[in-house]
Design a protein around this ligand. Structure first.
Ligand SMILES: [Zn+2]
Length: 373
């Protein structure tokens, strides 16, 4: 008998939903990997005839700041300040990149995508160095990953060559610059203008190793700031009022002895996204980032809430990507959610501190089973 389309790929998850509307007890019914129904436990239309799983259903997470290209190296970073390691064009990282073959970079990128796919990551926002070619390589590696990519490339020539920038924006989703410390105002203005004119994104790192003045990194206004580890609360207020989203990377900062003040960011109401930064320093695992971010703020006696951190991985990035409907678990949602085999108690705390990729329940049986007769 042929395994019918109704039974074999249907699944009922009973437990809780954690999404843009917060946590709540609920059931979620899946058909062929898509949400077809949600509601109060015990009221599902199939009355328990589907395969049942107990768990928590969440929007698929987004990794909002990476440099996946540097997953070329997985070794302990050499001693020295982070600026020396990652500063263009001759820092440790850039020497690694320029010494590697195209094939080696492609393999490294594909490995990073595979890791993220196993982690259930649905989208990634990457700062890609190496100009137009760097973006093309990234696209090639991402093509079969199933992960949505926002790739912010970086023009190589200074002063900015309008032709190179135009070419870059043809293949990239925007530009991600090093920082206002390393890039002149003329460069930032040229980049921001070109991005704006083409409806693309402009992002840059700010106040990572030392404090910078908001006037420098907010002028011209970016779509995304990364780090703000050294920003003062007054700086954070200016960023909030400018309505610029901030991607934070607590593990990357911790490796060099600093932390963003997530508690202040939460209290002041900034839009915060979570990222894993340089793949040469850390695996691009949003679950490890979440747990570290949470515990790290407690260790420093500056606790941020599990709710705030869960939103930084599951909700805010979808708004930033202009796909808010992907952050709400309901029938017809455009990006399939994740089902985690976790008890339904206190979903925010559990998702932030207990999730690993092993808890992800596949939404449909493996392809072989599905086509079996
Ligand atoms: Zn970065």
């Amino acid at each position: 008998m042929r395994s019918g389309s109704s039974g074999a790929t249907a699944m009922l998850v009973e437990g809780a939903i954690l999404d843009a509307d917060g946590p709540r007890p609920a059931y979620v019914r899946f058909q062929d990997g898509r949400v077809v129904e949600t509601g109060k436990i015990g009221t599902d239309s199939r009355r328990g005839r589907d395969r049942r799983v107990r768990g928590i259903v969440i929007p698929s997470p987004v990794n909002s700041h990476t440099h996946l290209g540097d997953s070329l190296s997985v070794r302990e970073p050499p001693p020295g300040p982070v600026a020396k390691l990652v500063r263009p064009p001759h820092g440790y990282k850039f020497r690694l990149l320029s010494a590697a073959s195209r094939d080696a970079k492609l393999r490294a990128l594909r490995g990073a995508f595979a890791r993220m796919a196993r982690d259930g990551i649905a989208a990634v926002v990457d700062f890609r160095e190496e100009g137009v070619d760097g973006v093309r390589l990234f696209r090639q590696a991402a093509a079969t990953s199933g992960i949505r990519t926002v790739v912010l490339g970086r023009p190589l020539r200074r002063p900015v060559d309008p032709r190179e920038l135009r070419e870059l924006l043809r293949v990239a989703d925007g530009v991600g610059l090093s920082s206002a410390l390393e890039e002149s105002r003329a460069t930032r203005v040229a980049v921001a203008r070109a991005c704006r004119a083409r409806g693309k994104r402009y992002g840059l790192h700010a106040s990572e190793a030392r404090r910078e003045l908001p006037d420098s990194y907010l002028d011209p206004r970016p779509d995304l700031l990364v780090h703000l580890a050294k920003a003062r609360p007054a700086d954070l207020e200016v960023v909030r009022d400018a309505r610029v989203a901030v991607a934070v990377c607590p593990r990357s900062n911790a490796l060099f002895g600093r932390q963003p003040d997530l508690r202040a960011m939460e209290r002041l109401g900034l839009t915060v996204l979570l990222g894993t930064d340089n793949a040469m320093f850390h695996a691009p695992s949003i679950w490890r980032e979440l747990e570290f971010a949470y515990v790290g703020t407690r260790l420093r006696h500056r606790p941020a809430s599990a709710r705030f951190l869960a939103r930084a991985a599951l909700v805010e990035p979808w708004h930033w990507l202009r796909r808010p409907e992907a952050a709400r678990v309901e029938a017809g949602m455009p990006v399939p959610p994740l089902v985690l085999r976790l008890p339904p108690d206190d979903p925010e705390y559990q998702v932030v501190t207990r999730t690993t990729e092993h808890l992800i329940v596949p939404l449909a049986p493996p392809r072989r089973e599905r086509t079996a007769r």
